[in-house]
Design a protein. Structure first.
Length: 156
């Protein structure tokens, strides 16, 4: 579960931005998530300070400004301070945990059935091609043979 400290926010009452948290104008909170998650700004503008160590260009040093629609991935255990930048308007945000995906082990047995199906399909296709070629050859042979002569028979 995510722990939030200095919490001047509350779940937003309907109908204003359902499913979001409200951060009062000029206030700040600290998030310390127990699992990796995604912070998304639904309304307003916030200043975000991430816990270090930081490396890279100046924008990656831990501070950034997020506007409506912006997202920020936060690692488990990383401290993040969020502060509303609009002094007369609150900011609204969502926190969505990122579920860890577990890769299923790859087994050779999983490939055996598709390979057997492919072999069977190729055998059927080869048989169909042989029958097609045989039928075409018979048709060509019949087309090349002269037609039998028709004799008129006389009856006494």
């Amino acid at each position: 579960m995510t722990r939030m400290h200095n919490a001047p926010f509350a779940p937003v009452a309907a109908p204003a931005l359902p499913g979001t948290w409200k951060l009062a104008a000029g206030r700040a909170i600290t998030l310390r998530p127990a699992q990796k998650g995604l912070l998304r700004i639904a309304h307003g503008r916030v200043w975000v300070t991430r816990e270090g160590p930081h490396a890279g260009p100046l924008n990656a040093l831990g501070d950034c400004v997020l506007d409506v629609g912006d997202r920020l991935a936060v690692d488990a255990g990383q401290s993040v301070v969020i502060e509303s930048l609009l002094h007369r308007q609150p900011a609204f945000f969502t926190w969505d945990p990122v579920l860890a995906t577990v890769a299923a082990p790859v087994r050779f047995a999983d490939a055996v059935q598709p390979l057997q199906d492919l072999r069977s399909a190729l055998q059927m296709a080869a048989g169909a091609l042989v029958r097609l070629a045989s039928g075409l050859a018979r048709l060509a042979w019949q087309a090349m043979r002269p037609a039998p002569a028709v004799h008129a028979s006389c009856s006494p």
